[in-house]
Design a protein around this ligand. Structure first.
Ligand code: T46
Length: 132
């Protein structure tokens, strides 16, 4: 199965424009405990470079775009987040990197757990040891 799995967010549009509703355990397949967003990323800067022990997330570029790399220790795949109507699902024990942020990029992330620095695996060698 591909590492790239999308959640689709149908736009509720009318002649005034568009609206997307994100609902826990419906359009987003888990209970949402935390929301954060990344914006103003400097040109040429990459982010991420870690995995999580126990965290499910959906990442969606509500404006602009960036390129996400996902790596499960066996396969490495990438996808452009470039639409406010599609969210990338990121499960446990997946190494992620975000590259090529457009200047206007706002990356919204919905997370299944509260912030916990102890949940991060920031060393790639350690990640590989854990997933073997
Ligand atoms: C992820 C990718 C997609 C907090 O205090 N609370 C939070 O909820 C978050 C997400 C971060 N922080 C602090 C921790 C650092 O001092 O904000 C700072 C920047 O976080 P970090 O360097 O982890 O940011 P990214 O962009 O490398 O990674 C983030 C998430 O941390 C991570 O879980 O999957 O976005």
């Amino acid at each position: 199965m591909s590492l790239i799995q999308w959640a689709h967010f149908p736009p509720l549009g009318d002649d005034r424009g568009s609206l997307v509703a994100l609902e826990a355990e419906k359009t987003v397949p888990f209970e949402i405990k935390r929301v954060y967003y990344i914006f103003g990323t400097q040109q040429g800067v990459a982010r991420g470079f870690h995995a999580h022990h126990n965290l499910k997330q959906v990442a969606v570029c509500v404006t602009g775009k960036c390129r996400m790399i996902l790596d499960d220790g066996k396969n490495r795949e990438e996808a452009w987040l470039d639409s406010p109507t599609k969210g990338l699902l990121i499960g446990d024990l997946i190494w992620r990197e975000m590259h090529d942020f457009s200047e206007d990029c706002v990356l919204l992330v919905l997370a299944s757990e509260h912030y916990d620095e102890a949940d991060y695996i920031r060393d790639y060698e350690e990640f590989i040891r854990l997933v073997k």
